[in-house]
Design a protein around this ligand. Structure first.
Ligand code: PMP
Length: 352
C-alpha cells in the first residue's frame, strides 16, 4: 500500500477471482466457464470488428441492444449492455444506494455484492439463508434501497421459481430488486417477463456462461425505461464506451447462433444430472442445482482436503473458507470427459 491510498480505500476487501492458471495442466472446474468454444459466428464477427478498432465503439450498443431486446421480448430501450454483468451490478449499487438506502442480500451468495457495497460506501444488510441454503422470503419484505438476489443462487445452485421471485419484488415497492440471472439458462425461470409489471425490477444476465464468452466480458441489464435512464446516467458518468467493439460484435454473432447456445446448455444440464447421480451414489451430498455447477460436500472428508487432493490430481474446483460453506466445494459442470475425471477422483476421496 502506498502512503497516498485514501483512508476510505485502505480497508477495502476486494473480490477474489477464481484462479486462472497459466498452464493447461489442470482440468479447470473452478470458475463456471463453459467447456465449449464461443460460436463460430461470434468469433468471425469479432475478427471482422478488429479491423475498425481505430474507432471508438458505439456507446449506445444499438445493434446489440436490438438483438438482445428481440431475444428477451422487450424494447431496445429496456436493455443496457455492460462490461460483464459485474458492471451492471455495480451500476445498480451506484444508482440506487446511499447512506439511507442500504443493499440487502444473502449471507451465502455471489461474493462481489459486499465488495460493490463497500467500494460505493453503501451500508449492507446480510440475510442468512435457511439451514437448507434456501432464501427465506420473510427476510425480504419492505426494504428500501437495493435488494439483490442471485437466482439461481451462487455458489449453492439453488433456484426459486418466478412466482416466488415475484412475491419478493412485490413485497419491496420502495426498493429496486435486482435479480441476478447469470446462470438462468441452465434450467431456471427468468423474471424478464415481469419487467413491464414492476417498475422496481432490474434483471441482469451475462454472455459469460451459457454463451461461452467469459473472456469477452459482456453482460446486460433489463428493466423499465425509468430505471434504464438512471443506470444510463451512471454509465455515461463512468465509461460511455463500456463495451468494446470486438466484444460487441462477438455478442451480436452469438445471438445469431442461439441454437448453438441451447444445444450447449442442454449438454451441460445432462452432464450435471449424470454427475449428480454419480456423486450421490458415492455418498456425497449434492445441492439441487439449476446452474452449470454443483455444490458438493462429503459427510466425513473436509472440503479443504477434497479441494487440495483434487488439485494434486490436476483438477481445480472452488473452495470457499466462509464458515457455513467450508465443507463444500463448487464444481463447474464441464464436458462429459471432465466430469468422468472428477467423479473418478472424488470416488478415490470417498474411499470407493
Ligand atoms: N453473478 C453471479 C452470481 C456470478 O457468479 C457471476 C460470475 N462470477 C457474475 C454475476 C458476473 O459474471 P460476468 O461479470 O462474467 O457477467
Amino acid at each position: 500500500m502506498s502512503r497516498f491510498l485514501s483512508a476510505r480505500r485502505a480497508t477495502l476487501a476486494p473480490y477474489t477471482p477464481g484462479e486462472q492458471p497459466k498452464d493447461a495442466r489442470y482440468i479447470k472446474l473452478n470458475t463456471n466457464e463453459s467447456p465449449f468454444p464461443p460460436s463460430e459466428q461470434a468469433r468471425r464477427y469479432a475478427a471482422e470488428a478488429a479491423a475498425t478498432l481505430n474507432l471508438y465503439s458505439d456507446p449506445e450498443c444499438t445493434t446489440l441492444r436490438e438483438k438482445l431486446a428481440a431475444i428477451c421480448g422487450v424494447e431496445p430501450g429496456e436493455v443496457l449492455p455492460t462490461n460483464g454483468s459485474d458492471e451492471i451490478l455495480n451500476f445498480a449499487f451506484m444508482a440506487f444506494c446511499d447512506d439511507t438506502h442500504p443493499a440487502v442480500f444473502a449471507d451465502i451468495t455471489y461474493g462481489f455484492y459486499p465488495v460493490f457495497a463497500q467500494i460505493n460506501n453503501v451500508p449492507m444488510i446480510e440475510k442468512p439463508l435457511r439451514d437448507d441454503f434456501t432464501i427465506d422470503p420473510a427476510d425480504y419484505v419492505g426494504h428500501k434501497g437495493l435488494v439483490v438476489i442471485a437466482n439461481p443462487n451462487a455458489p449453492t445452485g439453488i433456484a426459486k421459481t418466478r412466482d416466488e421471485m415475484e412475491a419478493i419484488i412485490r413485497a419491496n415497492p420502495e426498493a429496486v430488486v435486482v435479480v441476478d440471472e447469470a446462470y438462468v439458462d441452465f434450467g431456471a425461470e427468468s423474471c424478464v417477463p415481469l419487467i413491464h409489471k414492476y417498475g422496481n425490477l432490474l434483471v441482469t444476465q451475462t454472455f459469460s456462461k451459457s454463451r461461452s464468452m467469459a473472456g469477452a466480458r459482456l453482460g446486460w441489464g433489463i428493466a423499465c425505461k425509468e430505471l434504464m435512464a438512471d443506470l444510463n446516467a451512471v454509465k455515461y458518468a463512468t465509461n460511455p464506451y463500456n463495451v468494446n467493439a470486438m466484444t460487441m460484435a462477438a455478442g451480436i454473432g452469438a445471438l445469431a447462433d442461439e441454437s448453438y447456445t441451447r444445444e450447449n446448455c442442454r449438454t451441460i444440464m445432462e452432464n450435471r444430472e449424470w454427475t449428480r447421480q454419480q456423486l450421490t451414489a458415492l455418498g456425497y451430498e449434492v445441492l439441487p442445482s439449476k446452474t452449470n455447477f454443483l455444490f458438493v460436500k462429503h459427510p466425513t472428508v473436509s472440503g479443504e482436503e477434497i479441494y487440495t487432493n483434487l488439485r494434486k490430481k490436476g483438477i481445480l474446483v472452488r473452495h470457499f473458507t466462509k464458515e457455513r460453506i467450508r465443507d463444500y466445494n463448487r464444481i463447474t459442470v464441464g464436458s462429459i470427459e471432465q466430469m468422468r475425471a472428477v467423479v473418478a477422483a472424488l470416488g478415490e476421496e470417498a474411499g470407493a
